[in-house]
Design a protein around this ligand. Structure first.
Ligand code: GH3
Ligand code: MG
Ligand code: MG
Ligand code: MG
Length: 330
């Protein structure tokens, strides 16, 4: 326990120190003026040198700054707001007592005091300080746990929307993104004269069943990861979303993009994936792994639908497959 005694009278200080020490309190510091106390507590300073103090015994009548003003100054400092201050004074005026409590003192003892009363009041003040400290500690622990929990929830949320194997957005995440972008652009198009399009690319690995059959599922997974990597690289624009749609099918959402521009993006993806040169000895299309892509686009409006965008891309992908694979179709 750290107890600070502030008193200009040496006899009183000595008496208080002796009583406290005899009672078993240590960490007792004595200063002989209000200013010395304020300096010690770094009040008016930057609080960097704030002292650890659990209780203050404060005289009232002192030459420079009196006890009431010292009490106010200490209490107005955030660092010491919870530190109980007991006034110990020879001043028995009612007005002094009132001012002391108004200044933030927790107790008021007049000199000469009874030792047993002084100690009882000190114990009571320290008990209160202990309770406040424990409550604050619990509050800060709770705050910490709450923030950890928030972090965990947001991590879980991220995990629940991410495909574990490729790190891309998963089907659920994509569906959410599609709806939200579609609604955003519908609103925008309703408000503005120059309407914005949204495009979608559906991508499917060619002859992937054969790839798995020959090279095995582990190589198959690795191949999908490499394809995902390309899609990530090719969708750097904010708002673009590349997702694993399921199995060896991927989907790319391009808001504020016309079908013409989406075709260019899709072709770039096709070329990049073929450029990986992942050997595929049993493909009818190429000696490397290739993909087919279907592109669809529309102007999001009240009368259009996100489902239609997906269905159209699926039909375009089917055309890309049936017209030879390793190509982009709209
Ligand atoms: P097409 O050119 O018509 O697309 O032929 P395909 O063989 O790719 O088409 P199909 O749908 O018959 O085969 C898809 C294969 O993709 C079958 C399935 O085993 C494989 N596949 C789906 N998901 C995964 C995966 O996560 N890992 C691996 N290794 N293979 C997968
Ligand atoms: Mg005095
Ligand atoms: Mg497929
Ligand atoms: Mg396939």
């Amino acid at each position: 326990m750290n107890i600070l005694i502030i008193d200009d009278d040496e006899d009183t200080s000595l008496l208080l120190e002796t009583i406290l020490k005899y009672e078993g309190y240590d960490g007792i510091v004595t200063v002989n003026s209000g200013q010395a106390a304020l300096n010690l507590l770094d009040i008016g300073g930057n609080n960097k040198d704030a002292a650890e103090v659990d209780l203050i015994l404060l005289d009232v009548i002192m030459p420079d700054i009196n006890g009431i003003d010292t009490c106010s100054a200490i209490k107005s400092n955030e660092e010491y707001q919870d530190v109980p201050i007991i006034m110990v004074t020879g001043d028995t005026e009612d007005d002094t007592l009132k001012k002391a409590f108004d200044a933030g003192a927790i107790d008021f003892i007049t000199k000469p005091f009874k030792e047993v009363e002084l100690l009882a009041r000190i114990r009571s003040a320290l008990r209160l300080k202990g309770e406040i400290d424990r409550r604050k500690e619990r509050e800060s622990e709770l705050l910490h746990v709450t923030s950890l929990l928030g972090e965990a929830v947001s991590n879980l949320q991220k995990i629940s929307l991410t495909d574990g194997m490729t790190g891309l957005t998963n089907r659920r995440g994509f569906d959410e993104q599609l709806i939200s972008e579609f609604q955003r652009l519908s609103r925008k198009n309703y408000m503005n004269d120059n309407v914005e399009a949204i495009s979608l690319i559906l991508l499917d690995v060619d002859q992937f069943k054969q790839f798995n059959d020959i090279y095995g599922h582990v190589e198959g997974d690795h191949c999908l990861q490499q394809v995902a990597c390309i899609l990530m690289q090719e969708t750097k624009r904010p708002g673009d979303t590349a997702a694993r749609y399921g199995g060896e099918e991927f989907v790319v959402l391009l808001p504020e993009t016309t079908g013409e521009d989406a075709m260019i993006v899709a072709e770039r993806m096709r070329v990049a994936i073929e450029g990986l040169q992942i050997p595929h000895s049993h493909s009818k299309v190429s000696s490397f792994v290739t993909v087919s892509l279907g592109v669809s686009w529309l102007y999001p409006m009240e009368e259009t639908s996100a489902d239609f965008l997906v269905t159209s891309a699926d039909q375009a992908l089917y055309k890309a497959k049936t017209t030879g694979r390793n190509r982009v179709h709209m």
